[in-house]
Design a protein around this ligand. Sequence first.
Ligand code: HEC
Length: 158
Amino acid sequence: MESKLRSATFGRASLVVAIAASAALGVGGSACKKSEAAPVEASASAKSPVEAIEVPRFEIATDTASIDRGKEVFAQKGCGGCHKIGGGKLVGPDLKGVTSRRDQVWIERMILHPEIMTKEDPTAKELFKTHLTQMTNQGVDPKDQLPYLLAYLKANEK
Ligand code: HEC
């Protein structure tokens, strides 16, 4: 009598396990279907990986407060670990005059997603070939930090 009860309990327990397992599979299955449906996004926009890097449009500020803020962000984000502004190459290129040798949008994309640029953009690919180090994505905020970095770089154009 007692053993019968035990096996009945065991039976129920394994049934629960079986249900749980199939439920888990079910969830996995539907997650899989969802990711298969994702390419809609890719085909809807015929943008290249470079063009797909969204950048804010703004006019580069020239006021002292913005330039100073840019200098702070440059230090905060560790740009100075790899770049000098005047004085030559460090790990990466000297950034003096970068705003005159490159297009603003290009610079913004390079700062926001260097890991995409060195794979997809011809100019960035060339830079990577000569510097042999991948610039790291420093997680620059496109709205709160990027415009100030540009102001700082522009202030050091000449
Ligand atoms: C780990 C080192 C490293 C850090 C940190 C880094 N960079 Fe770079 N940067 C590079 C390298 C190396 C290149 C050249 C492309 C490559 O090889 O990835 C480059 C390229 C650039 C370029 C293009 C220069 C040109 O001559 O066209 C800009 C602009 C730039 N970096 C800005 C920044 C800013 C702003 C920061 C901080 C948010 C930063 N970088 C942080 C290494 C770094």
